[in-house]
Ligand binder design. Structure first.
Ligand SMILES: CC(C)(COP(=O)(O)OP(=O)(O)OC[C@H]1O[C@@H](n2cnc3c(N)ncnc32)[C@H](O)[C@@H]1OP(=O)(O)O)[C@@H](O)C(=O)NCCC(=O)NCCS
Length: 173
């Protein structure tokens, strides 16, 4: 059921240089502000981040209003950001799914698509940081094959640590 919902969603790569992407960026920034606390939110420097040549963003969208009378409207339900820190190491920098679309497989589909992008660039390792109290995210990363490397003290703030997690691609070595 969850896999079917996610499979029905189209996963697209954002091309921030195209004017048509403006609407998508606005939706993603709204989601970012709603889901993450200010100090964790990238909303303010989203454009700057997306202009970087070594960064990418994939988003999942669904089409609403398919009735004869209704106009079709695309809704972005989740996104994942990644960057290539070096030629051998990538990083997942953000992953989020709208509250009312969670537990339907979108997060997993997005994360797998980002991992595949990184694998194709022949990196040896993907790293990420996650707040250990975000248990749905920790479970998802573990399910996909990420392992906990260590705990990083005060990563988000003086009171909030992070797990550093990683996934290695032995076949890319
Ligand atoms: C983490 C997040 C992206 C998961 O998205 P999602 O679309 O709900 O996840 P999926 O439906 O694809 O679930 C895939 C797996 O994730 C884990 N998972 C997801 N939600 C979970 C929950 N509430 N409790 C426990 N595990 C959960 C499970 O392992 C699940 O596999 P299963 O269905 O076989 O049990 C979503 O909860 C979210 O946006 N959270 C807030 C933002 C966040 O914490 N981002 C990560 C840090 S940047």
């Amino acid at each position: 059921m969850a896999a079917a919902a996610a499979a029905a969603a189209a996963i697209s790569e954002l091309d921030s240089c195209r004017r048509e992407s403006r609407g998508a960026i606005e939706q993603i920034v709204r989601m970012e502000k709603r889901i993450f606390p200010k100090h964790e939110s990238m909303a303010k420097f989203f454009d700057e981040e997306l202009r970087k040549k070594n960064a990418g963003l994939l988003y999942a969208k669904v089409t609403n209003g398919e009735g004869e009378e209704e106009e079709e409207e695309e809704e972005i339900v989740g996104y994942v950001m990644y960057s290539f820190v070096t030629s051998l190491c990538a990083s997942i920098t953000k992953l989020a799914v709208k509250e009312n679309y969670r537990r339907k497989g979108y997060g997993e589909a997005l994360l797998k698509a980002a991992v595949e992008k990184c694998r194709k660039r022949r990196v040896h390792r993907i790293c990420l940081h996650v707040d250990p109290t975000r248990s749905p995210a920790v479970s998802l990363y573990t399910k996909i094959g990420f392992r906990i490397d260590c705990s990083v003290k005060s990563y988000y703030s003086s009171e909030r640590d992070a797990y550093r997690m990683y996934m290695d691609f032995d076949d890319n070595c």
